[in-house]
Design a protein around this ligand. Structure first.
Ligand code: IMP
Length: 213
């Protein structure tokens, strides 16, 4: 790790989601200055119109890069449930409609899984980083199971129905530190941090396919 080059790198996180920002700050530590759209007074809800998480993540980073010309990243996350042919996936935010209501989304998932024994699922986070004007993609996956009923009051989104592998608790039953130790977001951010820390040997990075990720 190159402490000299990584000290106080400043990045814009193209999000309005306070929960995602909070997790990012705790994962990135104090070697990075992370600003979100609220900090920059950029009052937009960047659209997520695409068929893959990677394209949506890139939509967010490109939108902010075009506006600011600064190093920035966007992320898109989806819950993929095996028995539902990987739905809600890229449609996770709007699964029960345009109002993006997390409770309605959870109800829809649990209704569709009623009576189904296969509860296997994964959370997938894709980050699109624009660093020194170049695009880079990073991904983190956490396998787990969908609970029969919502459990816990921490976290956000689908946290109360997702039980990560090797745990008996849902994310919403864990404290933030425990979730952030092994989550999909932690894994994707760790990939990005590794890239940034090793920027001068960036040839070790293999980029992901935008259209299938
Ligand atoms: P997006 O990445 O903001 O489009 O989020 C997609 C959907 O997944 C939204 O409904 C979020 O609330 C939900 N979501 C994103 N990340 C997480 C997470 O870490 N835990 C639970 N739900 C999440």
């Amino acid at each position: 790790m190159d402490g000299f080059h990584t000290k106080n790198k400043s990045l814009i996180f193209a999000t309005n989601n306070a929960n995602k920002l909070c997790e990012a700050l705790s994962i990135m530590g104090d070697r990075y200055t992370i600003k979100n759209l609220h900090d920059l007074k950029i009052l937009v809800d960047i659209p997520e119109p695409h068929a893959t998480l990677a394209l949506n993540a890139q939509e967010k980073s490109s939108f902010i890069f075009n506006l600011t010309k600064q190093d920035c990243f966007g992320e898109d996350t989806g819950l993929e449930i095996e028995a539902l042919n990987n739905a809600p996936g890229v449609k996770s935010a709007r699964y029960a409609g345009e109002q993006k209501d997390p409770i309605a989304n959870i109800h829809k998932v649990l209704n569709e899984l009623q009576g189904i024994k296969n509860r296997k699922a994964q959370f997938k986070t894709v980050i699109s980083l624009i660093y020194k004007g170049q695009h880079h993609l990073f991904m983190g996956i956490q396998n787990g199971l969908i609970a029969d009923v919502p459990r816990g009051s921490q976290g956000f989104g689908y946290d109360c129905i997702f039980i990560p592998e090797h745990s008996t608790q849902t994310y919403a039953e864990m404290d933030a530190t425990t979730k952030n130790k092994q989550s999909h977001r932690k894994k994707a951010f760790t990939e990005m941090i590794f890239f940034l820390d090793n920027y001068h040997s960036s040839d070790i990075h293999q980029n992901l396919d935008l259209h299938s990720t």
